[in-house]
Design a binder for this molecule. Structure first.
Ligand code: BGC
Length: 531
């Protein structure tokens, strides 16, 4: 009974009420505006130099690589021009020692090597031809540009972007920490290593995964008004949305097309409210932050995303294990355990190690509705070496895990709501019957049971959205956005390279689209009309 009461008290600490959600939305909007006006703010609001979203008619073969979490992916994407594409990819786990390497060069050399392996495996003809050409050329740089793959580089960390394929790293997140890379142009770092291997690849575009998700969703599910937000709820969290250029007050240094009147903004919302004016802050949030490689930053991400939820849960569990008033994962004797055994936690269980609880076990807990919670109890044994846990222990574990997951979903609703309200689409009578389309990706939103339902539940309680507004918001999974989206941006960049100005290039896209009865990007004062 003591355990039940204690776990209920803990659960209550993770409540995030409707009122708190509403005041966080207001604060989010305030911080959005602040970030559009100046640099160095909590929400970075990074201009991406991408000034339109695709409409599904784009075509061509491109490459994309994706660095941003636990894995590095290399892909080639054939855009078929009819909203479909074909994707080939390889994936490799990033060795932990490279995430904290001494020099950026070590990490980027590894990435270039993976690109070489991918080309050898999946584009052998192209690769062999290239090697032959190179061997017969007097100058190694003499081969023709058209044989070179354009590559979109999805780099999912905060970057100060100064052009479509140029940007310097602001800070690492998600467990990466290579101080040497801060302030360096990450495209140049990758291109250098690619060139050392003499690969036929040009880094044409620098893309955040959220921007890729936005582009991919727009390509594959075009609607009358286009997708407004691409968001990731995975290892990390972030969102990119389409903003009016007139709201972007801080100076922009690079070239971009002004005719669309819009630009995609990478919010870097992981650092929303680093000052903690509206974010919840339990003792476990404080402990997690203190022991993290980046205390005081990514405070929203540390309460929302997959990398951190398991760790919050672990810290709560450790406190409960130490609490003399409760009997948690321990039995006086086998009679107090419904499986008539005694619980044992193996001494080197990963529950005792920082990051030792994978957030995936929270999905198991949320999904297990069996009377004895036997699936969860099986996973406790398999993943955490907690053997023969009793039903009451598993119930407490589940209740606490669910509370942490629910708080994450409600916080996620805050960012989504603030951006939907910012776009003004809910009050735009011209498109009153159109859905407000949002593309999402990431392990949490994809695999955590009822994550989207909990987001919708919170959205309905938000002023300015309500029941009716929530019905219009369509949150759909955009899988592999970082690959396809990066390819789409590489395509835009390739168009820019062909000595077309961006304006001409987008003008061409528009006229192609018009001949297909579609509009790719709104012209000044015009709303995108697609079917
Ligand atoms: C990074 C973002 C990224 C997000 C999702 C965050 O930690 O700062 O750039 O978009 O993770 O991958």
């Amino acid at each position: 009974m003591a355990l039940e009461a204690q776990s209920a008290a803990i659960v209550a600490q993770f409540d995030y009420t409707d009122e708190q959600v509403n005041s966080a939305v207001n604060e989010f909007r305030r911080q959005m505006t602040e970030g559009l006006e100046k640099d160095g703010t909590s929400l970075s609001q990074i201009p991406t130099y991408v000034t339109g979203v695709p409409n599904g008619t784009e075509k061509g073969l491109y490459m994309a690589v994706d660095l941003g979490g636990t894995n590095f992916r290399v892909c080639s994407i054939q855009l078929n021009g009819d909203t479909t594409f074909n994707l080939t990819f390889s994936k490799v786990a990033i060795p932990r020692k490279l995430m904290v390497a001494k020099t950026a060069q070590e990490l980027f050399a590894f990435l270039a090597k993976q690109i070489e392996l991918f080309l050898q495996t999946h584009h052998e003809d192209h690769f062999e031809q290239h090697v032959r050409r190179r061997m017969t050329m007097s100058s190694p740089d003499g081969y023709k540009d058209e044989h070179v793959f354009r590559l979109g580089f999805t780099f999912s960390f905060p970057v100060q972007q100064v052009g479509i394929n140029k940007g310097t790293l602001i800070r690492w997140t998600k467990g990466f920490d290579i101080p040497d890379a801060i302030g360096k142009d990450v495209c140049a770092l990758l291109q250098n290593e690619i060139d050392k291997l003499h690969l036929p690849v040009k880094v044409a575009a620098l893309v955040n995964d959220t921007v890729g998700t936005l582009m991919a969703r727009s390509y594959s599910s075009p609607g009358k008004t286009g997708t407004v937000l691409g968001a990731i709820f995975g290892t990390g969290t972030n969102g990119a949305y389409v903003e009016k250029l007139s709201n972007l007050k801080k100076p922009l240094s690079g070239e971009y097309d002004k005719t669309t009147g819009e630009m995609v903004i990478n919010t870097e919302w992981g650092s929303f409210d680093n000052q903690l004016s509206v974010l919840p802050n339990t003792a476990w949030d404080v402990a997690l932050d203190k022991a993290s490689p980046n205390p005081g930053i990514q405070m929203y991400e540390k309460r929302v995303s997959g990398m951190f939820l398991g760790e919050i849960l672990r810290l709560v569990i450790i406190d409960l294990l130490k609490d003399p008033k409760v009997s948690f994962f321990k039995d006086e004797n086998s009679s107090s355990n419904d499986w008539k055994s005694t619980t044992n936690i193996v001494s080197d269980s990963s529950i005792y190690t920082q990051w030792g609880v994978d957030t995936a076990i929270m999905s198991v807990a949320a999904a297990d509705n069996t009377p004895e919670l036997s699936t969860l109890r099986g996973e406790l044994e398999k993943q955490l070496d907690i053997c023969s846990a009793g039903l009451d222990d598993a119930q407490a574990f589940k209740a606490i895990a669910n509370a942490i997951g629910r708080r994450s979903a409600r916080l996620s609703a805050v960012a989504i709501a603030a951006i939907v309200l910012q776009t003004g689409k809910l009050t735009d009578s011209a498109n009153a019957d159109e859905p407000i389309d949002i593309g999402v990706d990431g392990s949490l939103v994809e695999h955590y049971p009822y994550f989207r339902d909990m987001i919708y539940e919170a959205l309905r309680t938000i002023d300015g959205i309500g029941e009716e507004g929530a019905k219009r918001i369509r949150i759909g999974i955009a899988k592999d956005g970082s690959g396809v989206g990066a390819a789409l941006i590489a395509l835009v960049a390739a168009g820019m390279e062909e000595r077309l100005t961006t304006a001409d290039y987008l003008g061409e896209l528009r006229s192609n689209a018009k001949s297909n009865n579609l509009t790719v990007v709104p012209e000044d004062g015009e709303t995108a009309a697609q079917d």
